[in-house]
Ligand binder design. Structure first.
Ligand code: HGY
Ligand code: MN
Ligand code: MN
Length: 404
C-alpha cells in the first residue's frame, strides 16, 4: 500500500491543475526530486544529485561494484501517474528492505529526469549522462520556448560543465535494472501480475517537413494548390498503412504535427509530422523506414511540395541480459506466479544504461494496457508483488555471472 500512496503523492506534482505534466528541469521536476530525495533519506540511503538532476540514493555494500536500480520521474503531457515513478519507488522500498543485509554489492537508486523527451527534442539525456554517453551537442537543443538544455541546467542550479562527472566508471556498475508498468496488454491478457523483459524494441524518429505555398482558402483553385498539410496527412496515412502491412512486426505513430501559418482560412504553407517507428526486429524497422522515406518523396513530388526528412532518433533494439532475466524469473516464480518473458514496445532508460552495463527489466501488469493516459492504473497488489520480486532479484543477484 505504501507504493500506491507514494505514486499518488508524486502524481499530484504537476505544472497544470487538471492533468499530469512534469517536464525535465522544471519547478515540478524540482518538487518531485525533493520528495524522492526525502524518501531516499528516510529509507537510510545517502542522497546526492548530479548535473542533470538525477537524484541518487546510495546503499553501501561489501565491494565497490553497484547494482543500479532506476527509472524516471518526468512525464508525458497528460500522463498517467505510474509511468517511471513506480520504478523509482520500487527501488527505494527494495533498498530500504535490504538496508541491513550487508550485500556483496552496493545499490544506487536513480531517479532520472528526462526519459520521455517531453521538453527537449533529445531523450534519455539524464540516463545517458550516468552511462557516460551524453553528447555535448545535446546542450544546444532547444525546448518549444527556445530555452537550450544548457540554460535549463543552469536555471535548475547546476552546471553543464559538471555533466561528464555524472558518468559511472565501467568497473563501478555491475548492472542496471528497472521495474516499470508494462504499458501494454500482454500480462493482463494472460492474467499474470509480473513479466520479464527480453529486449527493448528499437526506435526511429523521423521529422518530415513539407513546404508548400500559403494562400487564400477561398480563392485558390484546388488544381493550383500546394497544400503542405494535405501532403503531411497523406504521409501519416502511408506510415499507418506500412505498419499495418508489417503484420505486427512494427508500429508507426505520428503524435505531433506542426502547421504554419495555422489559420483556418489559409492554405498551410508548412507542415511537420514527427514519425515514431518501432520494432523488435531490426530488418523490419529498417525496411519500413526506407519504404516510408521513399513514399514521402513520391507524395512531395506529386504535390509539388518541398520535403526535408530528418532522423532525430535512432536506437537499436536493446537486449536484456539473459542471466538477469533468469534471476527475475526465479524471483517471480518464488512468488508463486509464472514469469512470462516478452519484449518491450515502450522505450526506457535501459536503452542508455545498456551502454554502461548489462540491463534487466521487470514488468508490472497495468489495466487495459493503458499508459501515457490519465487512466493508467496498476493495482496495489501487483505493485506489492513487483517490490517483492525486486527484493527477490536483489537476493539472487550475482554480479560476477553477467555477460557484460
Ligand atoms: O516513448 C516511449 O516509449 C517512452 O515512454 N518514452
Ligand atoms: Mn513513458
Ligand atoms: Mn516510462
Amino acid at each position: 500500500m505504501r507504493a500506491e500512496a507514494m505514486v499518488s503523492e508524486l502524481g499530484a506534482i504537476s505544472a497544470e491543475p487538471d492533468r499530469l505534466v512534469r517536464l525535465f528541469l522544471t519547478p515540478e521536476h524540482r518538487r518531485a526530486a525533493d520528495r524522492v530525495a526525502d524518501w531516499m533519506c528516510k529509507a537510510g540511503l545517502a542522497v546526492s544529485e548530479d548535473a542533470l538532476g538525477t537524484v541518487r540514493g546510495r546503499l553501501e555494500g561489501q565491494g565497490k561494484r553497484r547494482l543500479l536500480i532506476g527509472s524516471h520521474i518526468d512525464s508525458v503531457i497528460d500522463a498517467g501517474k505510474y509511468d517511471g515513478v513506480f520504478g523509482v519507488i520500487a527501488g527505494i522500498l527494495a533498498a530500504e528492505h535490504c538496508r541491513d543485509k550487508r550485500l556483496p554489492f552496493g545499490i544506487d537508486v536513480l531517479a532520472f529526469g528526462d526519459e520521455e523527451g517531453s521538453r527537449f527534442p533529445v531523450t534519455l539525456s539524464s540516463s545517458s549522462a550516468c552511462a557516460g554517453v551524453f553528447k555535448p551537442e545535446m546542450l544546444a537543443q532547444e525546448d518549444r520556448n527556445g530555452v537550450t538544455l544548457a540554460d535549463a541546467i543552469k536555471a535548475y542550479g547546476k552546471s553543464p560543465a559538471d555533466v561528464p562527472a555524472a558518468a559511472y566508471r565501467l568497473d563501478q556498475a555491475a548492472a542496471y535494472v528497472e521495474v516499470h508498468i508494462e504499458q501494454g496488454p500482454v500480462l493482463e491478457a494472460r492474467n499474470l501480475p509480473l513479466g520479464v523483459v527480453t529486449a527493448i524494441n528499437g526506435q526511429t524518429y523521423l521529422n518530415a517537413e513539407f513546404l508548400g505555398e500559403a494562400g487564400h482558402a477561398g480563392t485558390v483553385p484546388m488544381r493550383l494548390r500546394r497544400d503542405a498539410l494535405a501532403g503531411a496527412a497523406e504521409a501519416i496515412l502511408l506510415g499507418e498503412t506500412l505498419a499495418r502491412e508489417s503484420n505486427g512486426a512494427a508500429v508507426a505513430t505520428v503524435g505531433r504535427v506542426a502547421v504554419a501559418p495555422g489559420a483556418a482560412n489559409v492554405i498551410p504553407g508548412n507542415a511537420v509530422a514527427v514519425f515514431d517507428i518501432r520494432s523488435g526486429d531490426e530488418p523490419a524497422r529498417a525496411t519500413l523506414v526506407e519504404a516510408l522515406k521513399s513514399g514521402l518523396r513520391a507524395i512531395a513530388a506529386r504535390r509539388h511540395l518541398g520535403l526535408t526528412v530528418t532522423s532525430t532518433r535512432e536506437v537499436a533494439t536493446t537486449p536484456c541480459d539473459p542471466h538477469i532475466q533468469d534471476q527475475f524469473a526465479d524471483a517471480i516464480r518464488a512468488l508463486g506466479t509464472e514469469p512470462l518473458r516478452f519484449g518491450s514496445g515502450a522505450g526506457h532508460d535501459g536503452q542508455a544504461m545498456a551502454k554502461l552495463c548489462p540491463i534487466g527489466m521487470l514488468f508490472v501488469r497495468c489495466r487495459g494496457g493503458i499508459s501515457h493516459n490519465p487512466m493508467e492504473y496498476a493495482s496495489p497488489r501487483d505493485l506489492g508483488l513487483a517490490v517483492a520480486a525486486l527484493i527477490g532479484f536483489i537476493e539472487r543477484f550475482e554480479p560476477g555471472r553477467l555477460s557484460g
